[in-house]
Ligand binder design. Structure first.
Ligand code: G6P
Length: 356
């Protein structure tokens, strides 16, 4: 086991660091040298184009990746897309459109909740595609189609590179169905470079984590739009390994309840990468700061202000989740280390949950 980790103390840190290479591998697999998409069979795009609505079904971190992918399918491919938690969908199926198409997102390809939904929708005769990191898994075998997510083996219970890989593959699939309006291959090359640049700043995140989280019992991640979706994943990362109770949510909801939880020193991380709502989010950061919160802002270059904890390199706004999640992964890692816990093996959790 140790040899696989190389010089790394934990798999999680190794897997965080691998994300730049993963991004390059995915681009290498799905684009040819001239920048044309490859590796997505026409049968897949034809089946999706015949549908009137996409239903992304997943659990945990993969569900959070689906929340990002929804934007690509809607904005680039112009296909209405819903994202559902597998364990809910299985027993509370929403009313479906006339021609639904299902996309299962899964690192392991074995999650029982997602398998249950796949069984159900197959019985109803609907087409399904699985995007999985482990190919030749139950979900890839039993769906009509499967595409690889190509993150490489992920060992740490807390998923990191599988999330970014799932976001990347969804972006590529959506681009094959529509038009992002920019050169996706070139922009993804930039994303890989900037992921590397952020993972090179480990000391900054170690300090942020130690200062803000070492002795805290609770924390918050807020954002709007895509950043609200990333906030859910950021909060899951922090809570699942550090045991700090962390809520991630849409910043506009603060005033409807959560703001009453803010006390002197409560850490509130704000993800600020979406220009349309940057002003509103700045207001929300000021509101929690005025109530004593320790605000830590991760802002994109174009939206950053003095006093922000970290400036994220600028890429296309829709791809900013690929960068915004990295500081959250590193903060979770270093907060957990600072609390003397086993980063790779949090209590009560399994890497793959094969029972419902
Ligand atoms: C478990 C893992 C999570 C993962 C979830 C879904 O809870 O600990 O990291 O996100 O299962 O797993 P899947 O393999 O379907 O992505």
């Amino acid at each position: 086991e140790d040899t696989d980790k190389g010089a790394y103390p934990y798999y999680m840190l190794k897997e965080i660091d691998e994300q730049a290479v993963v991004a390059r591998n995915i681009a290498g697999h799905y684009f040819d040298e001239d920048g044309n998409l490859q590796g997505i069979p026409c049968a897949v795009t034809d089946a999706i184009e015949a549908a009137d609505r996409l239903y992304i079904v997943a659990a945990g971190t993969s569900y959070h990746a689906g929340l990002i992918g929804k934007r690509y399918f809607e904005q680039w491919a112009k296909i209405p897309t819903e994202v559902h938690i597998a364990s809910e969908f299985a027993y509370d199926q929403p009313m479906l459109s006339e021609k639904p198409f299902f996309i299962f997102l899964s690192q392991s390809g074995e999650t029982a909740d997602s398998r249950e939904v796949l069984d159900n929708v197959k019985k109803q005769g609907y087409p399904a595609l699985t995007l999985a990191n482990v190919m030749n898994s139950t979900l890839t075998r039993e769906a009509d189609f499967a595409l690889p997510v190509l993150a490489g083996p992920e060992i740490a219970v807390a998923s990191t590179k599988a999330y970014t890989a799932q976001v990347l593959v969804q972006a590529i699939l959506a681009a094959s169905l529509g038009n992002p309006g920019f050169d996706l291959k070139a922009e993804l090359a930039k994303v890989a470079v900037e992921i590397q640049a952020i993972t090179d700043e480990k000391e900054s995140f170690k300090k942020i984590a130690e200062d803000a989280l070492k002795d805290q019992h609770s924390a918050f991640y807020i954002g709007r739009g895509l950043d609200a979706a990333v906030a859910l994943e950021a909060a899951l990362k922090l809570k699942e390994i550090s045991y700090i109770q962390t809520e991630g949510f849409a910043a506009g909801e603060l005033k409807h309840g959560t703001i009453s939880l803010i006390e002197e020193g409560t850490p509130v991380f704000a993800l600020l990468t979406q220009s349309k709502t940057a002003g509103l989010l700045r207001g929300e950061v000021a509101q929690v700061a005025a109530r004593g919160a320790n605000t830590i802002v991760f802002a994109s270059e174009e939206l950053a202000k003095e006093g922000d904890a970290f400036v994220l390199p600028q890429v296309n706004e829709l791809l900013m989740p690929l960068l915004a999640v990295i500081p959250a992964q590193l903060v979770a890692y270093y907060a957990t280390l600072a609390r003397g816990l086993d980063v790779d093996r949090p209590r009560n959790l399994a890497k793959s949950v094969t029972v419902q």
